[in-house]
Design a protein around this ligand. Structure first.
Ligand code: 0A1
Ligand code: ZN
Length: 896
């Protein structure tokens, strides 16, 4: 392990900046091998600062010259160490001029200024601006920027930066320039420039106020047939933010640029959003329904940041969820509103909760667990997490649940009224909500300060004589790193009661004059244990608790199988209807998993099929799924969700000790059983949803495709000629990527004769479409018969490159995170492969490496044999030299 342990940064150590910046003027002479940057910073001493030392950050920069108020500084005038440049004893008003050079074409970290496919791009969040120049690179230093870009005109015909283009022209020697001015103050992490050979689709759009704005989507030549959906999504986002939150686009020009090499999804740079191509480029030929939906969500997300993040930003990086949790909540609501129907909203809600449970709950239970507002970090890049984003969004959603939609809007209005143009904290946001809603939200603060997923155990007692129902809720929260004991959370629990016919009963709480009109009630659980008494309850009800997933908790309630089937058939709350099915399936899957383990232990297993087949034959799940599958009053999208079994990762989370192989065998057995039990209904659904027609990504059409394709995936489990022919036909005739990929996946996971040819045909057809080739790699890495050797072989394919994050994710991450039974092979070869890849990535791109490093962070949850091998692999990474701060933090925390 590296000896110089990187320092930990603590939230409690926050100190105001010593100097504030008014304006920044930058000049770039862009050349891939050596770019010169001249920066002029107009700064003033901050009255709130503690001294007169100017503190600037700079990394991987060549410092050419430094001038303070016109005077060249000599080495003795400042201190430069560990990426920090300090100028002590500075005057109250300072003009600092800095000349630096960087080498963009050697920048493989994709932070700061880098080259992708011959074009220049920047990525400055969180601390990338310091790779461009020395600067007080912290979000609470906000300034106005003017940027001059100069470059060779032929190689880099397009020159973009934040704000408005105020001047452009030619220079000697075939060079040209463009000058950009951003009228708004911004933190340095929102700075951006793009230079290169790009083309754009543009549209003029009239805002509600009547002002006209110019919208552009920039891509590489040849991709203009893939920008319409992003443009539509942008226009819908602009309209939605005006309507739902009264927030108008504040610039005259708004640009989106797509880049093929990008560490994350996209970036909200002021007026110049830079996107991973994955979240821009789409047409029916290359993109799936999920891609279309993701593009809409990410375009919305980045656009919504313009207010929640840019106009009001974060005081420090511990407050990251202030902008991220809020903006994810906004993009979730946007996507839901774009579907428009109640059932569509429910489908979106289920999707979001699935992500939370699949990724965030495990994080919150592992060694990297942290509060939504962390107290410390080593590397901030490691804290762009599902906790900060998705749990953060749940926390914001709870304000809306507690205050109501109108109350939440009032809170948002007050937040902007108070803080526009400022860098603030999560506490400021909470205060705006509390003040606008006249509510005491003090206890609510614990959602920001305590990590871990709370448990809410429910118990009911019905007394027929007094017609009362007592609902007792008891909360607890498991210990997490650095937090042994937790205080009670303020938890909104939405509850309804179903009568024996499955209808919602009127709800009247003890002490109320009459039942409220609403048949869902939000109870506020604030103590460790609380009892709520409902009166006038005519018969013993089946409770529907945590409707709409009203809080990010685990609900513990002992439903009988019959009650779950009843809720699946009747609950008016679509989320809980789906939830009941998941509970039923999980219960059965856990039983089967235990049976596999027992059989294995007994030694003489002929076939698991026989062993599991002898399990008590329980048709409750098949029967309940059949009812749902046949119910045409339900959206196809909803039926697809009900039919989809909890993932292997989700099942693993329910186990004390994770046994990936037993889980896999059990789940596969259940899929085959369901396919057999539901064969005719699945075929009928497949045929009913199978009218191709012209492709549209709308909710109804994509829902039908989803149902059709989940039916197909079950049916191929039967390995029948008839079904394999269907899959082959769909593969050959599909007019869109959703159906094509589903068919290819079905074939790949079957014994179909044509599967190798289908894979090859797919590759040659889409060879030029990088995003589709990513899908090709993923499909094979997650295929049922894939093992580490499959992946090793694919890694030698000429189209594979570890340097491109999307490609690395498509193969390596997909295997390590998306194929648990193969990755966790008993021989430990999956882990050895993982260690190699982490070490390789650490050298080129620490951020991406650290993400991969997390694949083993829950190693202590696994069977002893696997644990031992995982620890070995972790130690191997720990022992390697030149470990980045990013990877070192993850590995150290995993092993501690
Ligand atoms: N703020 C972006 C996320 C983002 C963070 C870091 C990045 O580079 C390392 C890039 C993007 C968002 O929430 O969309
Ligand atoms: Zn964001």
């Amino acid at each position: 392990m590296r000896t110089d342990t990187p320092p930990t940064i603590y939230r409690k150590d926050y100190a105001d900046p010593t100097y504030l910046v008014d304006t920044v003027e930058m000049g770039f002479d862009l050349e891939p091998s050596l770019t010169r940057v001249a920066t002029r910073i107009f700064m003033q001493r901050n009255p709130a600062g503690s001294n007169n030392e100017i503190v600037l950050f700079g990394e991987e920069l060549e410092l050419v010259q430094l001038r303070l108020n016109g005077k060249v500084l000599r080495a003795a005038d400042y201190k430069l160490a560990g990426g920090v440049l300090r100028i002590p004893g500075a005057p109250a008003k300072v003009v600092l001029e800095i000349e630096t050079t960087t080498r963009p074409d050697r920048n493989t970290s994709l932070m700061g200024l880098y080259v992708s496919n011959g074009n220049f791009f920047t990525q400055c969040e969180a601390e990338g601006f310091r790779k461009i120049t020395f600067f007080p690179d912290r979000p609470d230093v906000m300034a106005k920027y003017t940027v001059m870009l100069r470059a060779d005109k032929k190689a880099f015909p397009v020159l973009l930066s934040n704000g408005n283009l105020i001047e452009e022209g030619d220079l000697p020697d075939g060079r040209h320039y463009a000058k950009w001015e951003d009228p708004f103050k911004k933190p340095s992490y929102l700075f951006a420039l793009v230079a290169g050979n790009l083309v754009c689709q543009e549209e003029k759009y009239r805002l509600k106020s009547g002002r006209e704005v110019l919208l552009q989507v920039w891509v590489e030549d040849g991709n203009l047939d893939k920008t319409q959906h992003a443009m539509d999504s942008l226009i819908n986002s602009i309209r939605w933010d005006e309507e739902r939150f009264g927030l108008e686009l504040d610039l005259d020009r708004f640009m989106i640029v797509a880049v093929g090499d990008f560490n994350m999804g996209a970036m909200e740079n002021k007026g110049l959003n830079i996107f991973n191509t994955k979240f821009v480029l789409a047409n029916p030929r290359i993109a799936t329904d999920i891609d279309f939906a993701n593009i809409e969500a990410v375009v919305g997300h980045e656009y919504f940041h313009n207010w929640t993040g840019n106009r009001v930003t974060c005081r420090d990086w511990f407050q990251l969820s202030l902008k991220e949790g809020l903006t994810v909540f906004r993009d979730q609501e946007f996507s839901a509103d774009m579907i428009g129907t109640d059932s569509g909203r429910a489908v979106k809600r289920i999707d979001d909760v699935r992500v939370l449970r699949q990724a965030q709950f495990p994080e919150d239970a592992g060694p990297m667990a942290h509060p939504v507002r962390p107290d410390s970090f080593v590397e901030i890049n490691n804290f762009y997490t599902v906790t900060v984003y998705e749990k953060g969004a749940e926390v914001v959603r709870m304000y809306q649940t507690l205050l109501g939609r109108d109350g939440f809007r009032k809170g948002m209005d007050l937040y902007f009224e108070r803080h526009d143009g400022q860098a603030v904290t999560c506490d400021d946001f909470r205060a705006a909500m509390a003040d606008a809603g006249k509510r005491d939200l003090k206890q609510f603060e614990r959602w920001y300060s305590q990590s871990g997923t709370p448990r809410v155990a429910a118990g009911v007692h019905y007394d027929a004589k007094s017609r009362t129902l007592e609902l007792t809720l008891e909360q607890s929260c498991p210990a997490t790193p650095g937090q042994k004991k937790k205080q009670p959370f303020h938890i909104p629990v939405a509850v309804g009661l179903l009568d024996s016919k499955g209808r919602d009963m009127p709800l009247r709480l003890d002490g109320e004059k009459s039942a409220a009109g609403d048949t869902t009630r939000v109870l506020e659980l604030t103590k460790a244990r609380q009892t709520f008494r409902f009166t006038d309850v005519a018969e013993k009800p089946v409770p529907s608790i945590l409707r709409g997933f009203s809080a990010p908790v685990v609900l513990q309630y002992e439903y009988s199988d019959a009650e779950l089937a009843f809720l699946m058939a009747h609950d008016s709350d679509a989320f809980n209807r789906w939830e009941a099915g998941q509970r039923l399936a999980t219960r059965r899957l856990l039983k089967l998993t235990t049976a596999v383990q027992a059989a294995r232990q007994s030694g003489h297993v002929v076939s698991f099929e026989t062993v599991l087949g002898n399990q008590d034959q329980d048709s409750a799940l098949s029967d309940a799924l059949r009812i749902t599958l046949r119910d045409e009053t339900l959206d196809a999208a909803f039926r697809e969700l009900v039919l989809t079994l909890p993932s292997e990762t989700m099942i693993a989370e329910q186990m004390e000790v994770i046994d990936p192989h037993a889980i896999h065998i059990a789940r596969q057995f259940m899929r085959r059983t369901l396919a057999r039990d539901l064969r005719d209904d699945l075929l009928a659904a497949y045929k009913a949803c199978g009218t191709p027609g012209e492709y549209s990504p709308d909710a109804d059409a994509s829902g039908k495709r989803a149902l059709k394709n989940v039916a197909l995936s079950y049916l191929v489990e039967l390995d029948e000629e008839e079904v394999l022919t269907l899959a082959q036909k769909q593969n050959d005739e599909a007019n869109n990527m959703t159906d094509r990929l589903a068919a290819l996946g079905a074939l790949t996971n079957s014994s179909a004769a044509g599967k190798a040819a289908a894979l090859e045909g797919f590759y040659s057809e889409f060879e030029k479409e990088a995003l589709v080739i990513d899908k090709w790699f993923t499909l094979q890495a997650t295929a049922r018969n894939a093992d580490v050797n499959t992946v090793r072989t694919l890694a030698t394919h000429p189209a594979f490159s570890l340097k491109n994050p999307n490609r690395a994710r498509s193969l390596i991450f997909s295997f390590c995170n998306g194929n648990p039974s193969a990755f966790h092979a008993l021989d430990g070869n999956g882990y050895a492969f993982w260690a190699e890849q982490v070490i390789a990535l650490n050298g080129s791109n620490p951020q991406v490496a650290a993400r991969l490093a997390r694949s083993l962070d829950r190693w202590r949850k696994y069977t002893p044999a696997l644990q031992e091998k995982m620890r070995h692999a972790l130690q191997q990474v720990a022992a390697s030299s030149n470990l980045s701060r990013d990877v070192a933090e993850v590995i150290t925390k995993s092993l501690s």
